[in-house]
Every structure is written in structure tokens, then in C-alpha cells.
Write a protein that binds this ligand. Structure first.
Ligand code: AMP
Length: 280
């Protein structure tokens, strides 16, 4: 596996590959890799000649300095996992390489940025849009892979691609979960044993609501039940909502199950976790 820390040599290398007729797949990550990330790499591996994984903890998408400072980092372990997953290239830039000067650009993503993660993490998606734009411009991938776990992020990146005419096909990959349903996340490593047990309640809440909705129970009744479960397990709920998959409009009743998603964000201690579940 080739490891690049600078943009110019990576671009030169990829340019050569493309001139030889090879296709390029990009998996953007912030490192501290787990099986969720590896499923993106595996999918990219089956669909492209050259697989690039970027590892970059992007400061502009963190609205909370503590979260940025405490974000787990372990490059040596990540490189080993990527090597075993048959990733071809890791792009691991420094902050100075990605942001040689303080960035001036801010993205206004309209309603997409004002709801859910956008509401609770102001500026987060502007930072995501900025770094994804940089990565797409640097790597010029034929395909880029994102997890369904960050569903709203996929909507933002899709909008970015459409408006800015990036020539990249975007692929959303299903959520990989732990034995108790907890969505895999780099932040899970910050949970202590008790926190880890309680974190399973995010998925339990989503499941409880999905089962109830399919049985015909009302959303508000189920939400009260799920909120109680969260409270009993000392989860601090930020949101637990039902929305249209197509545009993330919040809804109170199921109209089209196939266009409906349940989304949750909650703190377990000082660790903020998110998850979601499609209704159909
Ligand atoms: P992150 O390193 O957290 O920025 O995640 C990098 C990519 O991996 C994003 O597209 C995430 O949506 C995706 N990802 C994170 N966790 C999971 C998971 N449990 N299953 C599938 N994809 C995931």
C-alpha cells in the first residue's frame, strides 16, 4: 500500500493510473478504523481498479473543540487494517497540507443544514462540504463511498456533487453494527464498560419505534416510550425523529414507508452518538 501525505505526488500518481485506463474509488474517513469503514473499502475494492482511503480528522467540521481533541487517532493500526483490506493508497495529509491558510469559504446548505445534525452542530456540514470538495478535487475519483450511518451527510454530499458538477458517482453503504445493534463508530472506543452497555439503547429505541409504527401505533406514543427508555439508561437525547428520506423533512405520520427514516442523536456520558433506521 502506498502512503501519501502530500497532495502533489498523490495527484501525479493517480493521474498516471487514470491514463492507463484505471478507475479510482475514494473512501473518505477520519481514521480510527473499524469494520464499518472496512465495508466501504471492500465495496470500493469490488468496483474500482485503484482504492484510495483518506484519513484526515478535519478540524473545520468540529463545532466542539473537546470533541476534536478527544477524537481517537491511531495511524499505525489504521494502515495495518487498510493493508489487510487490500486498499491501494492511503492519503493521510497534515492540517498544513489541507489548510495552508485559514479557509474563507463557508457553505450555506439551506434547509439541509438547519435540521438534525445541522441544528445541533452548527457549521458542521459547511466543514464537511469544504473537506469533501477538497478531497474530490484532489483525488478526482470515479466513485466515492459513504456510510448510511451519516445519512444527512450523504444528502449534503449529493447536493454538493450535483451543484458543483463533480464527476463522481456517490455510493451509500449500509450500517455495520455490533452484536447488540450499536452502530460501529470511532467514538465508541471512548465509552467505558457501563457506557458501552447503555449505548445499545440508541438502536433499541429505533427498533422499538420501527416495530410499533409497522404495527400501526402512533409516532408520538412511540416516541414517548423510546424517550423514557433513553432516560432510564441515562442517555441525553438530542433528537429522535421521523423524516422523509428524500429531503429530510420531519414528519409525524408514515405516508410512504419506503421514503421514511428514523434518526437519533444522544449523548452517552460525554460521547455523542448518532444512528438511523429505514422503515422499509
Ligand atoms: P468517519 O471516519 O466517522 O468520518 O466515517 C467515514 C465513513 O465511514 C463515513 O462515510 C461514515 O458514514 C462511514 N461509517 C462510519 N461508521 C459506519 C458504520 N458503522 N457502518 C458503515 N459505514 C460507516
Amino acid at each position: 500500500m502506498h502512503i501519501f501525505r502530500e497532495i502533489a505526488p498523490l495527484k501525479a500518481y493517480l493521474n498516471q493510473q487514470v491514463l492507463m485506463g484505471k478507475t479510482v474509488g475514494l473512501v473518505p474517513t477520519m481514521g480510527a478504523l473499524h469494520s464499518g469503514h472496512l465495508s466501504l473499502i471492500q465495496r470500493a475494492r469490488t468496483e474500482n481498479d485503484v482504492v484510495v482511503c483518506s484519513i484526515y480528522v478535519n478540524p473545520t467540521q468540529f463545532n466542539n473543540l473537546q470533541d476534536l481533541q478527544k477524537y481517537p487517532r491511531d495511524n499505525a493500526r489504521d494502515f495495518k487494517m487498510l493493508e489487510e483490506a487490500l486498499c491501494d493508497i492511503t492519503f493521510c495529509p497534515s492540517d498544513a497540507e489541507m489548510y495552508p491558510e485559514t479557509s474563507l469559504l463557508k457553505f450555506d446548505l439551506g434547509d439541509l443544514d438547519k435540521t438534525l445534525e445541522g441544528e445541533f452542530r452548527p457549521g458542521h456540514f459547511s466543514g464537511v462540504a469544504l473537506v469533501v470538495s477538497k478531497l474530490l478535487n484532489i483525488v478526482l475519483p470515479h466513485r466515492a463511498y459513504f456510510g448510511q450511518k451519516d445519512f444527512q451527510q450523504f444528502k449534503v454530499v449529493t447536493r454538493l456533487r450535483d451543484e458543483l458538477k463533480f464527476n463522481t458517482t456517490l455510493i451509500s453503504v449500509p450500517i455495520i453494527r455490533e452484536f447488540d445493534g450499536l452502530a460501529m463508530s470511532s467514538r465508541n472506543s471512548r465509552l467505558d464498560v457501563e457506557g458501552r452497555r447503555r449505548a445499545g439503547v440508541l438502536y433499541q429505541s429505533l427498533q422499538l419505534m420501527k416495530t410499533g409504527l409497522i404495527r400501526g401505533q402512533s409516532f408520538s406514543e412511540l416516541k414517548t416510550e423510546a424517550a423514557k427508555l433513553c432516560l432510564e439508561n441515562q442517555l441525553r437525547l438530542e433528537y429522535l425523529v421521523m423524516a422523509q428520506k428524500s429531503d429530510l423533512t420531519i414528519v409525524q405520520h408514515v405516508v410512504q414507508p419506503e421514503n421514511t427514516i428514523l434518526l437519533i442523536a444522544a449523548y452517552v456520558g460525554d460521547v455523542r452518538l448518532i444512528d438511523n433506521l429505514f422503515l422499509a
